[in-house]
Design a protein around this ligand. Structure first.
Ligand code: 8BR
Length: 481
């Protein structure tokens, strides 16, 4: 009851405050998600295009990348047979063209964190959202919200202007299209005389990694970065795209350096500006560590991540035991998560670490952070309403529609997790129960806010909820500063 009321007040307070912000800068990654729900007929048609014995051989090879269409069919069969989600990279556009010709998609939508976050913030009616996507193509531009407040820098006669994405793309730029193949439980698939039944609903993703993809900023735009101002904050993501080495001889160090320069320039143009990095799974440990220790640790104020990424981050920073106990969850999951988030704040020298989990969010704050814990708590509560709205409808068109999230109840499981945490916390005298009732913890070397969140029972979609939570909370926090 109490938490429902708190959600409501926080939502309307944020709604009122958001229009007063100058704006947000958002970079770097966006792509197009092409979604196809597969039928049994699709499968027999696909398999029929190949020699079935050869397909079986390819299944045994277990291709790690999609170099040609048969790799796709093989990985699809493996994923369906086990009902297990998989994401496989494709480095060329050949299979993309083949899929368009032989299968097609049901619908397409904006993908990639920066794309999703820019659209969300634009629809939350911010005065201005400046997106920067190094590989903005004409096709990609169509997926940005046409709300008038979403702009992208473009260079004309050596001068930088902010324009709607549809007028800001560079002609000739290729598109990054990820294919998402969904399939259903109980489908029957026959290949080379043997038949299996799909054990559960799941999906195979082919993520496109074109060779020309570079996480950097156009030199002229960098030099005239003041054109983007005024903004109150920057949300940066997409670092998982960085590779260790490129064919042209450049390495990850070049792109890390490039991004650090952008951050430092933004901060020199507006010393009050807050920088948030949104993490997602970065498979490569060298890259994961470089992002954390070279970009986040020295230059960034705020970080948003889910529980898996907390474990991954702790792991490359040398906290293996803590990392395992975060992953294992169980009884002590939330305790380990809390300890882990504190460790990240300390090691990475952050002002704010926002962890979201199913049913509750934790935000760790460095001593000296500029707001009250109530203001931080209200920012999290606002994002919990947005997450619920997003899960409910699969989209948020505007702030009024987002109110639908208020009707979603606070997670009972989340409340229970938090109660268990309270016992641990007060037992060890880490917090007082009076303050904890409000979701506040005043620790010895940090402060923290813990809220139960709203969870939709039967979500329409779960893509982009993590990004919505982080962006909603960050922007609501900025609106209080
Ligand atoms: P990631 O994609 O970054 O893991 O974030 C997903 C987040 O979405 C989770 O942390 C959880 O808080 C939220 N979420 C999920 Br998953 N399902 C949800 C639901 N049905 N209702 C509300 N939030 C949800």
């Amino acid at each position: 009851e109490e938490w429902e009321q708190r959600h409501k007040e926080a939502f309307y307070d944020a709604k009122e405050a958001l229009p007063y912000l100058d704006g947000m800068f958002v970079a770097y990654n966006s792509n197009i998600d092409a979604i196809r729900h597969l039928t049994e007929e699709d499968l027999s048609k696909l398999i029929g295009l190949f020699d079935e014995a050869e397909v079986q051989e390819r299944v045994a090879v277990y291709p790690r990348e999609i170099a040609e269409p048969m790799d796709f069919v093989a990985r699809l069969l493996i994923s369906m047979r086990e009902g297990k989600a998989a994401e496989v990279p494709a480095y060329t556009a050949d299979t993309h063209e083949w899929l368009k010709e032989h299968l097609g998609f049901d619908y397409a939508r904006m993908g990639g964190q920066a794309g999703i976050i820019s659209n969300l913030l634009a629809r939350l009616e911010l005065k201005k959202v400046v997106a920067y996507i190094p590989w903005l193509s004409e096709e990609q531009a169509e997926y940005f919200a046409a709300t008038g407040n979403l702009l992208h820098p473009t260079v004309e006669n050596g001068k930088v202007f902010l324009k709607p994405p549809g007028e800001a793309f560079k002609p000739g730029t290729g598109s990054k299209v990820n294919w998402i193949f969904e399939y259903s439980k109980d489908m029957k698939v026959t290949c080379a005389g043997s038949t299996f039944t799909v054990p559960r609903d799941n999906r195979l993703i082919i993520s496109s990694r074109p060779k020309w993809l570079r996480l950097d900023m156009d030199k002229q735009i960098y030099e005239q970065l003041d054109t983007l101002l005024p903004v109150d904050g920057a949300m940066l993501s997409g670092y998982q795209m960085i590779k260790e080495e490129y064919e042209d001889g450049s390495t990850y160090k070049d792109y890390v350096e490039n991004s650090v320069k952008v951050i430092e320039k933004l901060k020199s143009l507006n010393p009050e500006l807050r920088i948030h990095v949104e993490l997602t799974s970065i498979q490569n440990r060298v890259i994961r560590k470089a992002i954390l220790t070279e970009i986040v640790a020295k230059h960034v104020h705020s970080m948003g991540l889910d529980t898996v990424e907390v474990a991954n981050a702790l792991n490359v920073l040398g906290y293996e035991e803590l990392s395992y106990s975060v992953i294992k969850k169980g009884e002590n999951g939330i305790m380990s998560l809390y300890q882990g988030a504190i460790q990240l704040m300390k090691d990475l020298n952050l002002e704010r670490v926002h962890v979201h989990s199913l049913g509750f969010y934790i935000c760790i704050l460095a001593k000296g952070h500029p707001l009250t814990l109530k203001e931080h708590r209200d920012a999290l509560l606002f994002s919990s309403v947005l997450a619920a709205a997003q899960a409910l409808d699969g989209k948020i068109e505007n702030l009024t529609e987002a109110e639908a999230g208020l009707e979603v109840p606070v997670s009972a499981k989340g409340l229970e997790d938090i109660e268990n945490f309270q016992l641990y916390c007060t037992g060890r005298k880490l917090c007082s129960s009076d303050e904890f009732e409000y979701g506040y913890i005043y620790g010895p070397d940090h402060d923290a806010v813990l809220i139960p969140s709203k969870v939709v029972d039967k979500p329409k979609a779960t893509v982009g909820i993590g990004d919505t939570i982080s962006a909603g909370a960050f922007v609501a926090m900025l609106a209080r500063m």
